[in-house]
Design a protein around this ligand. Structure first.
Ligand code: F6P
Length: 347
């Protein structure tokens, strides 16, 4: 499904009902849950699922606390008014968890039975790769159709250009970097700033370019910690007041390791600032709300179409479907061009 070019004026007639989406799979009721780390925009995705369902005559059941709540039977029917006034809210109204019980076959069997008891025809899971693993197993072992919606600030899922929450996390981290830069420049200090990204440097790279950092360390590049020494020395020689070094959480040498290497190699004062979970909260920016709205809608249509075991994503302007296992088996590379650009602009 790709966006069609607009060749004539778009006229909306509010009296006209939304066209019925074909439903060869005969879907009458779906469940939706959020799982893993919360991400800004998850609420917008839940809202989109519930309202698309309402438009199409498909009932939607919300599951609280992710997979943990599923096997405990924490389900409730949701209507369009239940998801009013949440599109702008961070976190997730459904609550989320990293479930341990789901790792056991017994836990998954209990969850599957709960879904059968509730007459659920398909499950929509909004989360990251760990959540998709859980969803994949549920479908493999119990034949329940599942659809994944990419919701994680890390942007580390193959099969979609961006994940829900990523844009907001970058904005939040960037705002912090701008503030730290004021102090860095005033005290002529080096700030080493750790941003989130357990296995991937997407946030770090975007923040480095947008925040004008001197150097960036990401899990993907295996650079030694002391490779920042020369960069910092050069920037001092050129008369820069303070420097910013961005380190992704998943970089093996760690932010403190980089800071220690800079102090040892240059004798300059460094400070480490770990931004942590503030990057996960807050009102989603428009790009996350729009992405979440489109993917939530697409997830319901995918189930109605008879798709199962896929993640709905958005790639090059179109909706795409990627088998769940491919989303974690394939690696979504960081942009080499952006990496090069970060280095070029730090002169
Ligand atoms: O996966 C998203 C993420 O925010 C990672 O960047 C981070 O490593 C992890 O979650 C932190 O998880 P928790 O909130 O469980 O500490």
């Amino acid at each position: 499904m790709t966006d069609l070019p607009v060749t004539e004026p778009l006229l909306f007639n509010l009296d006209e009902p939304t066209p019925a989406h074909p439903n060869p799979a005969g879907i009458r009721r779906v469940a939706v849950l959020t799982s893993g780390g919360d991400a800004p925009g998850m609420n917008a995705a839940v809202r989109a699922v519930v309202r698309t369902g309402a438009q199409q005559g498909v009932e939607v059941v919300g599951v609280r606390r992710g997979f943990s709540g599923l096997h405990r039977g924490e389900l409730t029917l949701l209507g369009p008014r239940d998801v009013a006034n949440i599109i702008q809210r961070g976190g997730t109204i459904l609550l989320t968890a990293r479930s341990h019980s789901w790792r056991s076959p017994e836990g998954r069997a209990r969850g599957a039975q709960v879904l059968r008891d509730w007459n659920v025809d398909g499950l929509i899971v909004i989360g990251g790769d760990g959540s998709f693993h859980g969803a994949h197993l549920l479908q493999e072992e119990h034949g329940i159709p599942v659809i994944g919606v990419p919701g994680t600030i890390d942007n580390d899922l193959y099969g979609t250009d961006h994940t829900i929450g990523y844009f907001t996390a970058v904005e939040t981290a960037l705002d912090a970097v701008d503030k730290l830069r004021d102090t860095g420049a005033s005290h002529e200090r080096i700030f080493v700033i750790e941003v989130m990204g357990r296995h991937a440097g997407h946030i770090a790279l975007d923040v480095a370019v947008a925040g004008g950092a001197e150097e960036v360390f990401i899990p993907e590049d295996h650079k030694p910690v002391d490779s920042a020494v020369q960069v910092v020395q050069e920037s001092v020689r050129k008369g820069k007041k303070g420097s910013i070094v961005i380190v992704a959480e998943g970089y093996a040498g760690g932010a403190q390791g980089v800071a220690d290497a800079i102090t040892a190699g240059t004798g300059l004062e460094t400070r480490v600032s770990i931004l942590g979970h503030i990057q996960r909260g807050g009102s989603p920016v428009s790009s996350d709300r729009i992405l979440a709205s489109r993917l939530g809608e697409a997830a319901v249509y995918a189930l109605m179409d008879g798709q199962r075991g896929v993640m709905v994503g958005r790639t090059a302007g179109g909706i795409t479907y990627t088998p769940l296992h491919e989303t974690w088996e394939n690696r979504k590379d960081v942009s080499r061009d952006l990496y090069r650009c970060a280095r070029t602009l730090s002169v």
